[in-house]
Design a protein around this ligand. Structure first.
Ligand SMILES: Cc1ncc(C[n+]2csc(CCOP(=O)(O)OP(=O)(O)O)c2C)c(N)n1
Length: 205
């Protein structure tokens, strides 16, 4: 069970922001603030532990910490330029900077776990626009229909970079609201206190 508190996650992002502001990270960094309680709630609800797989995207600093990757290791990987696609195989954490790239992989991992009778579940964390992609729909349909050990977690900040997700799709709610697919989806809304990427000002390296 994770012992992280919301303020620990906030402090980590603030520390990374400080390092990035000094021009010491020559790569994109995506910071998040405002969803700490929700992420901790979900990690505790499912008691996500060493046997479980976590798939994430460009905004996964908090996920790595909550999954148990040592704080200094996460920090070093970010400083080394890997913030956008953090990968720690020994902790079963796999992230990608490509929209829609991991939903099929996550469904496949869940299928393999079930078929081999292995312990562990799959948790995929993505944003609201990512959740509107075709591959998200296909993968959720698959994990639902075969009752695979997987949960897709949607952190809805209402935006895709600077585009209003709901306006783009002409719907006030995500496509899965009120459908049977909700049984495999955790969904919450939040407002990100950081810009989509970076600090909102030009950083010189
Ligand atoms: C295939 C692909 N197209 C475009 C991008 C650029 N891009 C990065 S994040 C993003 C928005 C995704 O929005 P959402 O899923 O809601 O994520 P969040 O706002 O939570 O970061 C886009 C379009 C990308 N990384 N990959």
């Amino acid at each position: 069970m994770t012992e992280y508190q919301p303020e620990d996650l906030t402090a980590f992002e603030n520390e990374i922001a400080g390092i990035f502001a000094q021009g010491l990270i020559a790569a994109p960094v995506h910071l998040r603030a405002g969803r700490e309680h929700e992420l901790i709630r979900i990690f505790r609800k499912y008691d996500i532990g060493p046997d479980d797989y976590v798939f994430g995207f460009w905004d996964s600093h908090e996920l790595c910490l909550l999954k148990g990757v040592p704080r200094e290791q996460v920090k070093q990987s970010i400083v080394d330029g890997h913030s956008i696609a953090l990968i720690f195989p020994q902790y079963k954490v796999y992230c990608s900077g490509i929209v829609g790239s991991l939903m099929g992989t996550a469904a496949g991992a869940a299928w393999a776990l079930k078929r081999r009778g292995k312990a562990g579940r799959v948790f995929l964390f993505c944003g609201d626009m990512s959740a509107e992609t075709g591959i998200f729909h296909e993968a959720v349909k698959y994990i639902c229909n075969f009752d695979l050990p997987a949960v897709f977690v949607v952190s809805d900040n209402g935006l895709s970079v600077m585009t209003d997700t709901r306006a783009a799709w002409g719907s006030a709610d995500p496509w899965f609201k009120g459908t049977r697919f909700e049984s495999k989806i955790e969904y919450f809304r939040y407002t990100n206190a950081w810009p989509h990427s970076g600090l909102g000002k030009l950083i010189k390296f």
